[in-house]
Design a protein. Structure first.
Length: 342
């Protein structure tokens, strides 16, 4: 028999372990999405770093503990969905939303691909007000992108009770890989996603996404007036990203007042996101600064900067979008938060 002290120690260890598990669980968050057949929605999220679990199930209706056959009848009000448990320190809700949109046809509220009926309707089921606003914003951006010929009809509604589907539906892409692949191809989902998300947006659609000034600066190498632009005197902590692509370009840590009237930086946040090319326009020779991914015109770099680098990246505000430090994690730039602690 164990002595009293040993039992006390064992009990303490059990309680500590339980407390640690509870604390770990409180750091996790839940996201719920519907996008037609839940077999096809598990796989994409399961592969994302920071996603801890993806469960197939039913939600959005009133019937308690529905079966697959009942949901397929279309009389329960439920739709096939996946519930995702994720670690917000590794992945944020905006990234999950981006993945969600790229798995579905968001313009078709009557089902998805060959699967028709309300049980296959696409939907975002938000769990709090922050998720709701992010979903609404992302839907609005998608509507304005010009990528689709009709309006985004995907439902955004508050999450209700989620019922886990039968065991044979869980991880179907792992347990039945060949039928799963055949279904994806045969349903037309893979072809739609390839044709929709791999195509380049034409110029007229980019004009819809940008203001006239943003378009003139980034696409036509324009220049905005000094001292009369959005960020020249901005002193808040945060980063500046390409207004077209969102790639991170500069940080407030490296921003300084050059007296020029334009945002000025001693160096880029990530040199790999910047390209420099010779600019011989206006009867002078300068070095133009462009973003690597979107090829946006940003401004110019000069050799009259502070002693730390000797460089002055003179950038147009209209080519940038500022993300405050407190919003960086939520918007998918959490990896850069640590630069403000140095």
């Amino acid at each position: 028999m164990f002595g009293k002290k040993v039992w006390t120690l064992i009990l303490m260890l059990v309680l500590i372990n339980l407390q640690q598990r509870v604390m770990a669980d409180t750091k996790h968050e839940i996201a719920t999405f519907a996008g037609g057949c839940f077999w096809c929605m598990e796989h994409p999220f399961d592969e994302m770093d920071g996603v801890l679990e993806v469960v197939s199930g039913y939600t959005g209706g009133n019937t308690k503990n529905p079966t697959y056959q009942e949901v397929c009848s279309g009389r329960t009000g439920h739709t096939e969905a996946v519930q995702i448990r994720f670690d917000p320190s590794k992945i944020n809700y905006s990234q999950l939303l981006d993945k969600f949109w790229k798995q579905i046809d968001p313009t078709d509220a009557g089902g998805q691909f060959v699967d028709r009926g309300s049980q296959y309707r696409p939907a975002v089921f938000y769990h709090n007000d922050k998720q709701m606003q992010l979903a609404i914003d992302s839907k609005d951006i998608l509507n304005r992108s010009g990528r689709f010929n009709s309006r985004i009809e995907t439902e955004i509604t508050r999450a209700g009770t989620f019922y886990m589907a039968e065991e044979y539906h869980q991880d179907y892409y792992k347990s039945c890989p060949l039928p799963y692949k055949s279904y994806r191809v045969g349903s037309g989902r893979d072809r739609f996603l390839k044709d929709t998300w791999e195509k380049e947006l034409p110029e007229q659609n980019l004009r819809k996404e940008l203001t006239p000034l943003q378009y003139k600066i980034t696409q036509e190498c324009g220049t905005e007036p000094p001292f009369k632009n959005e960020y020249w005197d901005n002193k808040r902590e945060g980063i500046y990203v390409d207004v077209v692509s969102g790639e991170p370009l500069f940080s407030s840590v490296d921003k300084y007042d050059s007296g020029s009237g334009w945002p000025s930086f001693t160096k880029p946040l990530d040199p790999d996101n910047i390209t420099q090319v010779a600019d011989r326009s206006l009867f002078m020779e300068r070095i133009e600064v462009k973003s690597k991914e979107a090829d946006s015109h940003l401004g110019h770099v000069f050799n009259d900067g502070p002693d730390s680098t000797g460089l002055r990246f003179c950038i147009n505000s209209a080519s940038l979008r500022f993300i405050p430090k407190e919003d960086m994690q939520e918007e998918g730039y959490g990896e850069y938060v640590g630069i403000f602690d140095k």
